[in-house]
Design a protein around this ligand. Structure first.
Ligand SMILES: Cc1ncc(C[n+]2csc(CCOP(=O)(O)OP(=O)(O)O)c2C)c(N)n1
Length: 335
């Protein structure tokens, strides 16, 4: 996206609306997930929940590079990706509740959001598990000559997995249309990158497979959008995959259970000064696009959207016990 300070008058209005929309999407993810944490503590949501708070700029920015027909593959930290991709917030919240009105019929929960309509292929509890899916989706598009790309979001913890290397190798060899979007938040659960990797330069790893790769400030939503658009243009041009390393930080615990003994409060506070919402709030105010009134309108709108999602989830229904074996494939169900 063109920097909002250097646009012509003709471009100004859509650019302004776009900038405010990027901001609103980050606020939506933040408030939605703050509500998730509250509901988890209240016993409304069970199982594993991984919050994306602090990393919102990546999903909000990078998703702008995708067309409706493209595919998205994500990890278990994927509420934000689903929301920005257009999976309705009520369907996401109902899924977290385990209600059958959820986007995965309540059978997946927080880690397995899925939505065919937006080509959102999940949500995956397996570290690195999304990468082969993304390569397979891209291979299918290539074989069917469909001009689509697949965006694969994953954490830096995935680079320790064998399938990361297999997937980078094959997608580069076959020049498949994959956007590898690595979200490097420095820790895989409690393990800092340098404690598990001999080479911590992730772009160098991707380059070793002849994949163009560059780092991006993952706390700056415009930088994320700009990089993703450039990467998507290259991939659509038929040059094969591109790898982006979004440098970011998660402000909350790894999941709901994590004493966080592996990092200091001082480190967390330092990164919070680079809060993507705070940074963009400041930039929008400087360029005259945001003031207290407009911020209040955005916050009120988002609060209403989150409340609607909670109401929908609360009113949702549990799948009847007799349906337990539906969608379970085995010899027995076929006879
Ligand atoms: C194959 C596999 N090994 C181990 C785990 C346990 N595990 C869950 S999350 C996680 C850390 C992954 O970190 P990263 O990929 O950097 O993503 P982040 O949680 O930081 O977003 C691990 C090791 C798992 N889910 N899958």
């Amino acid at each position: 996206m063109t920097a909002i300070t250097s646009i012509t008058a003709a471009q100004a209005q859509p650019q302004r609306e776009h900038a405010l929309d990027l901001f609103r999407q980050m606020v939506l993810i933040r408030r939605f997930e703050e509500k998730c944490a509250e509901l988890y503590r209240a016993g409304k949501i069970h199982g594993f929940v991984h919050l994306y708070i602090g990393e919102e700029a990546i999903a909000a920015g990078a998703m702008q590079a995708l067309a409706p027909d493209d595919a998205v593959v994500a990890t278990y930290r994927e509420h934000g990706h689903a929301l920005v991709r257009g999976v309705p917030a009520p369907a996401v919240m109902a899924e977290l509740y385990g209600k059958q009105e959820g986007c995965s019929r309540g059978r997946g929960g927080s880690m397995h959001l899925f939505d065919a309509a937006t080509r959102f292929y999940g949500g995956n509890a397996i570290v690195g598990g999304g990468l082969p899916l993304a390569v397979g989706l891209a291979l299918a598009d290539r074989l069917a000559r469909r001009p689509r790309v697949t965006a694969c979001f994953f954490g830096e913890g995935a680079v320790a997995e064998g399938e990361f290397h297999e997937c980078l190798n094959l997608s580069a060899l076959w020049k498949l249309p994959v956007l590898f979007f690595c979200e490097n938040n420095l820790y895989a659960m409690g393990t800092a990158l340098g404690r598990s990797e001999s080479e911590t330069d992730l772009c160098l790893k991707a380059s070793s497979y002849e994949i163009p790769a560059w780092p991006v400030d993952g706390m700056d939503v415009e930088a994320c959008e700009d990089a993703a658009r450039r990467a998507a243009a290259e991939v659509r041009g038929g040059g094969g995959p591109v790898f982006l390393e979004f440098r970011t930080y998660r402000f909350r615990a790894h999941s709901m259970f994590d004493p966080q003994l592996y990092r200091t409060k001082q480190e967390i506070d330092e990164w919070k000064k680079r809060d993507p919402i705070l940074i963009y709030d400041g930039r929008l105010r400087e360029s005259g696009l945001l003031d207290d009134d407009r911020l209040k309108r955005i916050e009120d709108g988002v609060a209403a959207e989150v409340q609607k999602a909670v109401d929908f989830a609360e009113a949702g229904t549990w799948e009847p016990v007799e349906d337990l074996t539906r969608f379970v494939y085995s010899e027995r169900t076929r006879t």
